[in-house]
Design a protein around this ligand. Structure first.
Ligand code: CP3
Length: 358
């Protein structure tokens, strides 16, 4: 074998991939890139597989989960896979009657209004989500050196679906509970934090290389309300994984004012949407965390020279951060041309490639 340089043994596998190294703020051969919602309706091969299978049913079939997760890895050459699932999968496993309606999102049959409703959200363990355990194991075996990202929804974003009964623009009922029945609110979020932590534990134990906590709608809150009503619960989830040995990514949309607090919740990487340049975000987050982002998903509909300029700008601004994972600022829109995504991956790799070691 080759002698190890400087006494450091040569590592390999997903734990030494550019994606995991960037999350850990280590040096990388190129900026790693993946896309939120990279698996999904932008891909014809996904639409074909899903033609006769409901969304939640597909999440409970390890063979389909593995195939759908692998599709964007094969097609785009992204630096990480993300488990195909949904943030409401563990909530359904906890006994909540819900469905994912195409074009709408999660819809809950009986929205949470009382303490009794909160108590009906059961704690979960591995047996309740054995299909996720199995899918992760299949994928880890299949993916080789490509890391697999596990994920879950954060308590606030999950609570919003449970309290509203479905998607909401204003989160009015959610905030009404937060302000008007703070004890009930904290009981609900504490239970959701337990469910989320258990769900992420199953994924970590099955072999994922990183986890992402999606608090997609946290940007609806002021920093003061976020710190009071949300941060303790997201901290319970992320700090609960401090010993897991995998990087933790914390993401939300419209969170410019919350970036510092979201980092404090116990994240190694903070996701940033397109509204905040990465150098500005880095000043707010501090030197101890990497950033992920932040191309506006609608820019993918622009002419290629516009996309190229935006990608170059983001790679440049990402150099201000102690670690940068390239991504969109939110998920891939279903109408996106997948060939553009493939080109973006190649461009990120090309413009960020280190030349000093050749
Ligand atoms: O990123 C990936 O490739 C992994 C798959 C993934 C899905 N949902 C699959 C999905 C992930 C990471 C999620 C997380 C999720 N789900 C979030 C957080 C991320 C974000 O987008 O902010 C949220 C808020 C949800 C709730 C949810 N589920 C919404 C808003 C929708 C879209 C509704 C629609 O039809 O437009 C879903 C359904 C969903 N989850 C789809 C997919 C691929 C579309 C279902 C379909 O193909 O018909």
């Amino acid at each position: 074998g080759t002698a190890a340089r400087d006494g450091e043994s040569r590592r390999s596998g997903p734990a030494d991939s550019p994606f995991v190294r960037a999350c850990r703020r280590e040096s990388v051969p190129h900026t790693p890139v993946w896309f939120m919602r990279q698996a999904g309706r932008s891909l014809p091969e996904y639409r074909e597989i899903r033609a006769n299978v409901g969304m939640l049913d597909s999440c409970r079939r390890p063979d389909l989960v593995a195939e759908i997760t692998l599709q964007p890895v094969r097609r785009h050459g992204v630096d990480a896979a993300i488990l195909f699932s949904d943030i409401v999968v563990p909530v359904a496993a906890a006994g909540v009657d819900l469905d994912i309606v195409a074009g709408t999102g999660p819809v809950v049959a009986e929205p949470v209004r009382t303490v009794a409703d909160v108590e009906r959200v059961r704690r979960i363990d591995r047996a309740d989500v054995s299909y996720v355990d199995e899918a992760v194991r299949l994928l880890v075996a299949e993916l080789g050196d490509t890391p697999l990202i596990g994920f879950a929804g954060a308590p606030f974003t999950l609570a919003s679906y449970l309290v509203e009964g479905g998607p909401s623009r204003t989160h009015a009922r959610t905030k009404a509970m937060m302000y008007g029945q703070p004890d009930l609110w904290h009981a609900l979020c504490a239970r959701l934090a337990e469910v989320t932590l258990a769900f992420l534990r199953v994924q970590v134990d099955a072999g994922v290389s990183a986890v992402q906590l999606f608090d997609s709608w946290a940007g609806a809150l002021s920093e003061a309300d976020y710190r009071r009503f949300v941060l303790p619960h997201s901290t319970a989830v992320l700090s609960g994984l401090a010993d897991a040995g995998v990087p933790r990514i914390h993401f939300g949309v419209g969170t410019a004012e919350l970036l510092g607090a979201m980092g404090e919740a116990g994240a190694d990487v903070v996701g940033v949407d397109w509204r905040t340049p990465l150098d500005v975000a880095t000043r707010r987050i501090g030197p101890d965390r990497a950033v992920q982002g932040n191309l506006d998903p609608t820019v993918l509909f622009a002419p290629w020279p516009v996309i190229e300029a935006e990608v170059r700008r983001i790679v440049e601004q990402g150099r201000a951060a102690p670690g940068h994972v390239f991504n969109l600022g939110h998920g891939v829109l279903p109408e996106t041309d997948p060939e553009v995504l493939t080109r973006v991956v190649a461009l990120v790799h090309e413009v960020s490639a280190r030349r000093d070691e050749q």
